[in-house]
Design a protein around this ligand. Structure first.
Ligand code: PMP
Length: 361
C-alpha cells in the first residue's frame, strides 16, 4: 500500500489572522469503515476525492504558485497492548516551528501542534478508521505493519505576486500507511542533481525542496534503484542524504557515520533517535562529513532512516559507474538490531524508557 491519498475523514485546521490562531476539526464525507471497504474502486475514489476538497481555501496562493509551504510527517502506531501512540510528536512540533520561521511565517505553537496531531488521530480512531495491532507483524520485525501517517502542513492565503505568507493555515490530515520501501529492491545511486545549497532551504521541511527530490528519485527508479543519494553542492564529493531519508554508514573500523547536519540536510527525528540508541549500546557514532569514495570503500553496512523508512538496509551504492555491495547484499547485524529496537519501541513491544511515545488512547 505504501502511501495513499485515502485520507481519514477528520481533519484539523487552524488559521492565523489578527495575531491569533483559530482552530477547528472538520468531519469530511465518510461512511463506516466497513461500508467504505465494500465500495467499488470508482466509488471509493470519488469518496476520497470529496474528502480532499476545501471550497473555502484559495486556489491561487503563495503555496500553489511558488511552493511556499512547510510540512511534517509522523506516525501514530498501534501498540502491542492495544492502545495507540504517536512517535516523538514534540520533535516534529519543534521542526515545524523552525521550518515556519525559516520561511518567515508566523510559527505554529508547539503544544498546539502536538495536541492537533494526537486529537486528529484520536477522532479518526473513534470513528473506527485506525488499524488494530496484529501479532503477525512481529514475524518480520514490523516490516509489513500498518500505521497512521500524520501529515501537518501549511497553506497560504491567496496571493499572486511573489511573496511570503503572513496568514497561513495549518492543516493536519491522516492516512493509512504500510511498508514504504520495497524489500528486495534496495540499491541506491548518487544523483547528479543538487537538492540543497549553502544558505538555501535544505534544512527546512519546505515543499519546494521536494521537487528536485522527486525528479532524482524517479531517475533512480528508472535506472533500477530504490533511492537516490545527494552529494554536496559545493564540492560534489560528500554524501548528504536521500530523497526523503537520512543515511548511515557502518564502517569496517566499527565507526557508525552519518553526515553532520548543516543548512543542506534535514535534521531527521529518526536519525536523532538512532544516534541515541546506537550510542547507548556502545557504538561509536560520528556525525561528520563522509566522502563518497570513503563510503564506497570503507562501508560494511549501510542504511537509510526516516519516518517512512524506519531503518532500511541499503544493499548497494553506485556512483560514477562504481558499485559497492554491502554485507553481501543482505541486511547487516547492526542494521537489523537498530531497526528491531526502533520498531519495538514504536509498536510498544519494547519498553519505552525514553518517553518517546505519546498516547492517543
Ligand atoms: N531527509 C529528508 C529530505 C526527509 O524528507 C526526511 C523525512 N521527513 C528525512 C530526512 C527523515 O526525517 P524523519 O526521520 O524526521 O522522518
Amino acid at each position: 500500500m505504501a502511501f495513499t491519498l485515502n485520507a481519514y475523514p477528520v481533519v484539523y485546521r487552524a488559521k492565523y489572522a489578527a495575531g491569533a490562531w483559530t482552530e477547528e476539526y472538520l468531519e469530511k464525507p465518510h461512511k463506516t469503515p466497513a461500508e467504505e471497504a465494500a465500495l467499488s474502486e470508482r466509488e471509493r475514489r470519488e469518496l476520497e476525492a470529496s474528502r480532499n476538497v476545501y471550497a473555502d481555501m484559495p486556489l491561487v496562493s503563495y503555496t500553489s504558485q511558488y511552493g511556499l509551504s512547510v510540512f511534517e510527517g509522523l506516525k501514530a502506531l498501534p501498540q502491542k497492548d492495544g492502545s495507540l501512540a504517536v512517535f516523538r510528536p514534540d520533535r516534529n512540533a519543534e521542526r515545524f516551528h523552525n521550518s515556519m520561521r525559516g520561511l518567515r511565517m508566523p510559527p505554529f505553537p508547539k503544544d498546539a501542534f502536538v495536541a492537533a496531531c494526537v486529537e486528529t488521530v484520536r477522532r479518526n480512531a473513534e470513528l473506527g478508521f485506525v488499524t488494530r495491532y496484529k501479532t503477525e507483524w512481529e514475524k518480520d520485525s514490523y516490516m509489513n505493519a500498518d500505521s497512521v501517517y500524520i501529515r501537518p502542513f501549511t497553506y497560504s492565503e491567496g496571493g499572486i505576486g511573489v511573496g511570503l505568507s503572513k496568514e497561513p493555515w495549518v492543516v493536519v490530515v491522516c492516512t493509512p500507511v504500510s511498508a514504504y520501501f520495497v524489500p528486495g529492491l534496495s540499491g541506491a545511486i548518487t544523483s547528479k542533481r543538487i537538492r540543497a545549497t549553502a544558505n538555501g532551504t535544505g534544512w527546512i521541511k519546505a515543499a519546494s525542496n521536494y521537487v528536485v527530490s522527486a525528479i532524482a528519485k524517479q531517475e533512480a527508479a528508472e535506472a533500477g534503484y530504490m533511492e537516490c543519494v545527494f552529494l554536496d553542492a559545493a564540492e560534489r564529493k560528500y554524501v548528504e542524504e536521500g530523497s526523503s531519508c537520512n543515511i548511515f554508514f557502518s564502517l569496517k573500523s566499527g565507526e557508525l557515520v552519518t553526515p553532520e547536519l548543516g543548512d543542506t540536510i534535514l535534521p531527521g527525528i529518526t536519525r536523532a533517535s538512532i544516534i541515541e540508541l546506537a550510542r547507548e549500546r556502545g557504538v561509536a557514532v560520528s556525525e561528520r562529513k563522509i566522502g563518497i569514495e570513503e563510503a564506497l570503500d570503507e562501508t560494511k553496512e549501510c542504511f537509510v532512516s526516516g519516518t517512512a523508512a524506519g531503518a532500511t538496509p541499503i544493499e548497494s551504492l553506485t556512483h560514477d559507474g562504481k558499485k559497492a555491495v554491502f554485507n553481501g547484499g543482505t541486511t547487516g547485524e547492526l542494521t537489523a538490531s537498530i531497526r528491531d529496537t526502533l520498531k519495538g519501541i514504536q509498536y510498544g513491544a519494547l519498553r519505552d524508557t525514553k518517553g518517546w511515545m505519546v498516547k492517543v488512547r
